[in-house]
Structure formats: structure tokens, C-alpha cells
Ligand binder design. Structure first.
Ligand code: CTP
Length: 422
């Protein structure tokens, strides 16, 4: 299958060099990025760098190099006129990702100026536009910049908010380019939302758990884990894109839930258990992506514990929600668990044992000790395991992995007579 073409617009800012990594990670995600550079971007990074990385000619001018009077002058070998390059680029791309987006480019976009290739293409495209601004903090906070951003936001442009930190100008504050994986994830989400996958989950109610539960030690402390919730939230976004009604039972995370999900916030394993059992009767698919605490303090203190010496915490096991859900499952409901393991060599054996012990229809095994994937990462890899077969899901973004998990789930639902009465 042809890779999806996207366009990366590079503007003139110190962060232009980070656009090289954005191009590379878009390729990793299976896309085919083409690069457009503004004049000032070429003062920071040469077009050659992007041409070498992307494998395509970099577009850096509106004007054809040979004709001098415009891009339509020279006919193609078959005699038909040359396509107008910025229009062709605008129509053939699946997303325009501008990184870094300078204050100047944001202003040009907001005001509809079109005096170079990038601004002209912006006006001519109907593909989703994602801008990742980077600039000095005072420029970022200036009312003119903020007004331009508000205009663009209102017109449907996705803004990947800059982070805070040390800026190249020596100041500290907002204006630092967002992290590369965040920009790539925003682009993937925009592409998926613009070209929705087949609505093959229409009519299904998908119940998803996400995040890491917290078990109170006292009113200010808890036992937690490193789950960010990203995998569960990606599953919720993907299921919704495919037409499902999505109920997301979420332990605390720093994430914004996908729009239109029914979100049930919970904190502890006991609260998650109650929410899952309450929602289970209306679910046709349950996916337990949450990292549920296996232990909880037997006697949480009513007051903050003082530092008076060695502290011994007595922990008791929590209920196994997945196992209980299987015991209470409505006929026909498919139940899928995760197995997060740190023993990469024994991963599949442990996951198969978990599949049997819990009685789930499938387990997604993932190695959370592998660098660059799992906890706190936008990427993941795993193996979708059923009793009959296993499917490898190579390292990819969590959104792409969520879609692969749903592909396998749908296949399982269609072909496996669910032993609902096990
Ligand atoms: N899970 C659950 N209830 C728990 C613990 C885990 O429902 N109290 C679910 C998780 O959401 C996940 C699956 O069970 O879908 C496996 O979780 P994992 O932590 O990998 O396994 P454990 O059940 O904790 O088993 P072990 O301690 O042997 O790894």
C-alpha cells in the first residue's frame, strides 16, 4: 500500500533543526513526508538535509527555476501543462504540518497572505493543518500572536502548544517547540480524524480502562505506578473514530480525553472495579488497558503519617477486575486484557499463562522495559495473543497500535464464537 503523503512546512527559527527529527518520526509512523521551506528556514537548515532525509525534492520557491515567469510555462513531455505546483501539493497531501511555526508565519496564515510557497499552499489546501509554534516568550505572549492563534484555532488549525523552558534567546518561559513525539502524535490524530477508518465498530459499545490506579497510604500519599494512560486513551480515540460508543474509565492521567467519550474518572483499584462492573452490562467489548495496582494498604491512615522512624506498610491484594469481569460478562461480550511485563525473554510465556489464568479472549503482551516504548512514551509494541494464534505488532505510535489491536479485536469478534458462558 502507498504510504500516506504529508507535507512538513519548515519556517525560519532556531528550532528548524528539530523539524528533521519530525520528518524522520513521521516516516517511522509509516507516512511519506515532503518538505516545503520558507526562505528564512534555509538560513537555519539547508534543503539538502531535508531532501536526504525525506528522499524528495524540497520545495523552497513559488517560481520554477527554468522558466522564470511561473510554474505553468513548461509543458510536460506529453504536452499537457505542468500542474501548478502549490495547488498540486495542496491537493495531494493528507496534512500540512508546520514546524517550527514562527510568529510571522502564524500572522500570514491568519491574515490570508500568500507570497511564498508555504503560505500559498496553506490557503489552497483542504487537508488538516497542524502548527507547532516556537518563538521567544514575549513574542508568544504578545496579543497580536495570541489573536492570530485564536483566529487559526477557530478556523480548525490544530495548535501543538509550545512547552515551557529555557529558550534559545536566553529567556525562560513558554515558546519552546513541543516535543517531537507530541507533534507527530497530533499529526497522526488529525490525519485519522480527517480520513476516518472504516466505521467497523458502529453499534458496538467499547468499555476501556486507562491510566494507573492510586492506593491511598494517608490523605496526601499514595501507591501508584508509571502508567501515563496514553495506550488506553489511544484505544478510546481509535474506537471512537471507528464508530463505537466509548466509555472510558480513567484513573488519574495528565491527558485530555478524546471528544465525545463518556468518561468515568476513578482513583483506586476498588473504584475502578466498581465502575467496570457497573458499566459491563452495556459493553460489547471490554479492553482493560489500565495498570491496576495489585496491592493496597490494609489500613490507610486518616491523618498524614509523621516521619518518626521506620515505617512498615501492610499491603493486601486488590481484586482482579479482569478476572471478575469475565465471571460477570454478558453473553457475547469480548474481553481483552493487557500484560505489561519486564522480562522480555519470558514475555510471551507469561502472557499465555495470564490469558489462561484470567480467562480473557485475548491478551496484548507488551515489554514495558524496552527503551522508547511503553510507559511515558508515545510509542509501543506488543503481541496480540489468543488461544489459537498470536499477531506481532511492531513498534509504532500508540494510536497506530490501538488501531491494530482493534483490527484484531474485530476479527476475533467476527470469527470466534465467544464462549460467553465459560
Ligand atoms: N488487572 C486487573 N485487576 C488487577 C490487576 C490487573 O483487572 N487487580 C488487569 C490489567 O488491567 C491488565 C491485566 O489484568 O489488563 C494484567 O495486568 P498485569 O498487571 O499485567 O497482571 P497481574 O494481574 O497484575 O498479574 P502479575 O502480577 O502476575 O503480573
Amino acid at each position: 500500500m502507498d504510504r500516506i503523503k504529508v507535507t512538513v512546512g519548515v519556517c525560519g527559527g532556531i528550532a528548524a533543526y528539530k523539524a528533521v527529527e519530525v520528518v524522520r518520526q513521521l516516516q517511522d509512523a509509516g507516512l511519506d513526508p515532503h518538505v516545503v521551506m520558507t526562505d528564512s528556514a534555509q538560513r537555519f537548515v539547508t534543503p539538502l538535509t531535508f531532501a536526504a532525509i525525506s528522499g524528495h525534492k524540497v520545495i523552497s520557491t513559488l517560481w520554477s527555476e527554468t522558466a522564470g515567469s511561473g510554474p505553468t510555462d513548461t509543458p510536460q513531455p506529453d504536452g499537457t501543462p505542468q500542474p501548478i505546483e502549490h495547488i498540486a501539493e495542496a491537493q495531494n497531501t493528507h496534512a500540512l504540518i508546520v514546524v517550527p511555526a514562527t510568529a510571522d508565519t502564524l500572522a500570514r496564515f491568519a491574515h490570508g497572505l500568500a507570497d511564498d510557497f508555504l503560505t500559498t499552499m496553506y490557503l489552497a489546501t483542504t487537508a488538516p493543518v497542524i502548527v507547532a509554534p516556537a518563538m521567544n516568550v514575549v513574542m508568544w505572549n504578545h496579543p497580536a500572536t495570541q489573536a492570530n492563534l485564536a483566529t487559526l484555532r477557530q478556523r480548525g488549525v490544530r495548535i501543538v502548544e509550545p512547552g515551557s523552558g529555557y529558550l534559545a534567546c536566553g529567556m525562560t518561559g513558554s515558546g519552546r517547540l513541543a516535543e517531537v513525539p507530541t507533534i507527530v502524535a497530533a499529526a497522526l490524530e488529525a490525519i485519522a480524524a480527517a480520513a476516518p477508518a472504516a466505521a467497523d465498530l458502529t453499534g458496538e459499545t467499547v468499555l476501556i480502562t486507562a491510566g494507573g490506579t492510586r492506593e491511598a497510604i494517608d490523605p496526601v500519599r499514595f501507591l501508584g505506578n508509571r502508567s501515563s494512560g496514553r495506550m488506553g486513551y489511544a484505544l478510546a480515540a481509535a474506537a471512537q473514530q471507528r464508530g463505537a460508543r466509548v466509555i472510558l474509565i480513567s484513573a488519574p492521567t495528565a491527558l485530555t480525553p478524546p471528544p465525545n467519550c463518556e468518561v468515568i474518572p476513578v482513583t483506586s483499584a476498588a473504584e475502578m472495579r466498581a465502575a467496570v462492573l457497573a458499566q459491563l452490562p452495556c459493553a460489547s467489548i471490554l479492553i482493560m488497558a489500565a495498570a491496576v495496582s495489585d496491592f493496597t494498604p490494609r489500613h490507610p491512615a486518616a491523618q498524614k503519617i509523621k516521619r518518626t522512624g521506620t515505617l512498615l506498610l501492610e499491603l493486601e491484594p486488590t481484586e482482579d477486575i479482569l478476572h471478575e469481569a469475565i465471571a460477570h460478562r454478558p453473553p457475547g461480550t469480548l474481553i481483552i486484557g493487557f500484560a505489561a511485563e519486564t522480562d522480555s525473554a519470558g514475555l510471551l510465556t507469561l502472557a499465555h499463562a495470564k490469558l489462561e489464568r484470567k480467562g480473557a479472549d485475548a491478551i496484548v503482551a507488551n515489554d514495558v522495559s524496552a527503551p522508547g516504548q511503553g510507559f511515558d512514551s508515545d510509542r509501543n509494541a506488543g503481541t496480540f495473543i489468543t488461544r489459537d494464534h498470536q499477531v506481532e505488532i511492531p513498534a509504532t505510535t500508540k494510536l497506530a497500535m490501538a488501531h491494530r489491536i482493534l483490527d484484531e479485536t474485530i476479527t476475533l469478534k467476527r470469527h470466534q464464537p465467544v464462549s460467553a458462558h465459560r
